[in-house]
Design a protein around this ligand. Structure first.
Ligand SMILES: Cc1cc2nc3c(=O)[nH]c(=O)nc-3n(C[C@H](O)[C@H](O)[C@H](O)COP(=O)(O)OP(=O)(O)OC[C@H]3O[C@@H](n4cnc5c(N)ncnc54)[C@H](O)[C@@H]3O)c2cc1C
Length: 506
């Protein structure tokens, strides 16, 4: 490493980050954790920050990398959800808009206001969208970013220079926020760690431990070494997203499913398909949803879809029909429609959806501590607290409810939630592949080349082929930092190349 890089890393004052071996020693110390959280996505990491901020001894275990699931594969919007307006779920929108304001404040380096324009084909359409967005402004109240406004044809085309002009009669501009999802997850992990929590990736939980019918811990192992840990905890929170039913069955093999799943994909194309700094919302698609085209890291992010999917692959891939649907939808509105060969990166995420049968039948599933159309907190008869559903935007609000409830189950001294105004540790990565990779390994728990290229930097999500060009360099740095054997390095390179291929359309 060059002296400059070394100084740069030291100047960031990061020498205090606990390393993996120190964190593993805490597991070996045979202590009883107040709160054990399974799952290191938005929901679990939000719970870890909340629990640690209240002073509870907190452990979070993630089986892969932090945010390797749905939490790095979102549309990257911190929003109230204009589509929920249509469904009349105003209370949910209001809560999400309040959380939007908090995130703009508490995670300012990673969340920024973003203007959106909805093009209209007629005055009637423009007034209809305009009225809906005035309601959106009203629900945000004093937390509104800026008022929505009606645009004439010329203003609409100026805001969205890539738009097909023929059918445009005007539009509506409104404001929401955009964020970097995987980096926010890392910020949550670092904040929880700063607050004293122990957060470990590559530590899958394979079972729950029960004493006198109560869940009082879990069995986990280090995926890198195979070392097994028998862990004791006053309460266990299941925050495993689409996998929540699997963990519920560790508790009760007969537990009826809480969830169904669907898949949503995104495609990333060059910025010249939609130049400028304004996002486009296509308000009506052939499947009745909305589609976004959003400026992101110098490219445009297109998404998303909603495709029922019964299986639960760890690394889901876009279906060909979903790619066709997205390209067809944007071809209807963009002057120069992107083709498959223009796609720089493609990725899919799985949505946990509350099974409507659960709401009708919640008595049989356990006590329902909080249930909304969006998320559920369910406590089993043996005290396992499961949280699932929701969205990134509301992770803090969900965590508050979950930890309130978990503290009761655990008999912990009640402490009020302290995250409303808690600033998150959003330390930025140093520039340059070498400094960035070393920082990610030393201070952000990156363990593989993919961790670095997909979720510490976003290179694989932005342009998979370009990112693949730095795999060898990053591999060399990883091998040095983690003292990998030649075989381990070869395996890491092989995995990273496979991953880069999966981000590309064949
Ligand atoms: C296509 C799409 C677009 C979206 N866009 C937005 C958006 O723009 N804005 C927004 O607010 N929300 C959005 N969402 C919703 C948001 O992304 C999710 O609500 C959120 O990421 C869910 O986080 P989670 O932690 O519950 O789940 P996950 O991110 O899936 O995390 C669960 C974790 O549990 C781990 N795990 C599973 N089993 C075990 C085990 N046995 N041991 C240890 N760990 C385990 C998994 O590896 C995983 O990392 C979107 C969702 C989708 C699908």
């Amino acid at each position: 490493m060059s002296p400059n890089t070394s100084n740069e890393l030291n100047e960031l004052g990061e020498s205090a980050s606990p390393g993996r071996s120190e964190l593993l020693d805490r597991l070996r110390a045979n202590q009883t954790w107040d709160v054990l959280i399974i799952g290191g996505g938005a929901t679990g990491l939000g719970c870890a920050v909340d629990a640690a901020a209240r002073g509870y001894r907190t452990l979070l275990l993630e089986r892969g990398d932090f945010a390797c699931g749905t939490s790095s594969r979102s549309t990257k919007l911190i929003h109230g959800g204009v589509r929920y307006l249509r469904q009349g779920d105003l209370s949910l929108v209001r809560h999400a808009l309040l959380e939007r304001a908090r995130l703009l404040e508490n995670a300012a380096p990673l969340v920024r206001p973003l203007p959106f324009v909805i093009p209209a084909r007629s005055l009637r359409e423009k007034l209809w969208y305009g009225a809906g967005l005035k309601l959106y402004d009203l629900l945000a109240g004093t937390h509104n970013i800026a008022p929505s406004s009606l645009l004439d044809r010329a203003e609409t085309l100026a805001a969205l220079p890539g738009l097909r002009s023929e059918q445009v009669s005007g539009g509506v501009r409104y404001w929401d926020a955009q964020f970097d999802d995987a980096r926010l997850a890392i910020a949550l992990m670092r904040t929880a760690t700063d607050l004293g929590a122990t957060c470990l990736n590559y530590l899958p939980v394979s079972g729950l431990k029960k004493t006198a019918g109560r869940v009082q811990g879990a069995t986990a192992h280090d995926a890198e070494t195979g070392e097994v840990f028998q862990l004791r905890a006053r309460v266990v929170i299941n925050a495993t997203g689409v996998y929540a039913d699997r963990v519920r069955r560790f508790d009760d093999p007969a537990a009826a499913p809480l969830l169904t799943h669907s898949q949503g994909i995104h495609l990333v194309v060059d910025a010249d398909f939609l130049p400028g700094e304004t996002a486009l919302l296509v308000p009506e698609t052939e499947d009745g949803r909305v589609v976004f085209a959003i400026p992101w890291f110098g490219k445009v992010l297109l998404g998303t879809t909603d495709t029922a999917r019964a299986d639960l692959p760890a690394d889901p891939l876009p279906f060909s029909e979903e790619v066709d649907f997205l390209l067809r939808t944007v071809a209807g509105v963009l002057a120069r429609p992107p083709l498959r060969s223009d796609v720089r990166s493609a990725f899919a995420g799985l949505r946990p959806l509350l099974d409507p049968a659960h709401e009708a039948d919640s008595g049989k599933q356990g006590k329902s501590a909080g249930l909304s159309r969006e998320h559920a907190v369910v406590v089993s008869d043996s005290g396992l607290v499961t949280v699932t559903g929701g969205k990134w935007t509301t992770y803090r609000w969900m965590a508050e409810q979950v930890v309130d409830r978990a503290a009761v189950e655990a008999g912990l001294p009640p402490v009020p939630c302290r995250t409303h105004e808690l600033g998150l540790n959003c330390a930025a990565l140093p520039a340059g592949v070498e400094a960035m990779a070393r920082f990610a390994i030393r201070h952000e728990a990156a363990r593989t080349i993919e961790d670095i290229l997909a979720r510490r930097s976003r290179a694989l999500f932005v342009d998979a082929k370009a990112a693949a060009a730095s795999i060898e360099d990053v591999g060399r740095i990883l091998a040095e930092e983690l003292r990998l054997s030649p075989d381990q390095l070869a395996e890491s390179l092989r995995a990273a190349k496979g991953s880069a291929r999966r981000f590309q359309l064949v």
